[in-house]
Unconditional design. Structure first.
Length: 279
């Protein structure tokens, strides 16, 4: 769990990187589950980036009694984010980023850039990215602009199926804010605010860069309209010393997985959506 110094850093920088946040045994269990879980494999989907390279992930809403749910419900993550906001939180969704060799890039964006469109009034939302594999510049590690969460929400548009922050704003922000690369080892975790600007390059290496991202919303920021992610549902936490009890438990149902086209259909209803072909 984050201490008071960590919380202050998270408020100032918009992120905090915790080395070895999860043990080798826990990450090995998660890694094996990614390879063995048929539902996770079956529901890999995505789109192409501007260079025609695949951007793939598996996306789901509700944490179950499996190894993936154990991470998303772990006290070390949930209690840390609740301490940051000083509010109760609930699980908004999780996803696995596969980032296989040759996979494409993610545009500069803020998570709240599109969660805003889901009826979340405030940016009182945060995520935890868990490194399953080592991340390097070569395999497309996460990049971010330090302190960019303080810019507030930036206008976003859809380009090639991805949300992208206003390029003019990004260019100006990069003149002022440090552009950092997240070099990690398996088990490291990045906790970050929903307004932090981040992106990643294509994977130009021979190694995958898998990561699990657990996303949370505060209870009192319950979306005012129904959409493809859930409204408030109380979150049942799992003690950190019990994560390994779920090591052999794979996902048991495919009903809670989401497809990119389902999300795209909702985005298409918003007024500020544009595509690369619009003029």
């Amino acid at each position: 769990m984050l201490n008071d110094i960590d919380i202050r850093e998270l408020h100032v920088n918009g992120f905090i990187l915790k080395r070895s946040f999860f043990s080798k045994d826990e990450i090995n269990a998660l890694s094996k589950a990614c390879d063995r879980d048929e539902n996770m494999q079956k529901h890999i989907n995505g789109y192409e980036d501007k260079d025609g390279k695949a951007v793939t992930h598996t996306l789901w809403n509700h944490p179950k009694d499996d190894i993936f749910g154990a991470f998303a419900r772990s006290e070390k993550i949930v209690n840390s984010i609740e301490k940051f906001f000083n509010k109760e939180i609930y699980h908004y969704h999780s996803k696995l980023i596969w980032k296989r060799p040759g996979d494409g890039a993610f545009n500069w964006h803020q998570d709240y850039g599109y969660w805003y469109k889901n009826g979340c009034l405030f940016p009182d939302m945060a995520s935890c990215t868990i490194s399953i594999d080592a991340s390097t510049k070569e395999n497309g590690c996460l990049q971010f602009l330090k302190g960019s969460h303080l810019l507030g929400r930036i206008d976003h548009m859809v380009v090639n199926g991805q949300e992208q922050a206003d390029p003019e704003r990004i260019a100006e922000a990069k003149k002022t804010l440090d552009h950092e690369y997240l070099i990690t080892e398996p088990g490291d975790a990045l906790l970050f605010h929903s307004n932090l600007l981040h992106r990643s390059d294509a994977n130009n290496s021979d190694n995958s860069r898998r990561a699990m991202i657990c996303c949370y919303n505060t209870k009192d920021n319950n979306p005012y309209k129904k959409h493809h992610h859930p409204q408030y549902i109380p979150l049942s936490k799992i003690p950190d010393n019990q994560i390994m009890n779920f090591a052999e438990k794979m996902s048991s149902s495919d009903e809670h997985f989401l497809r990119v086209k389902d999300v795209d259909q909702e985005w298409a209803k918003t007024k500020d959506v544009s595509t690369k072909n619009q003029s």
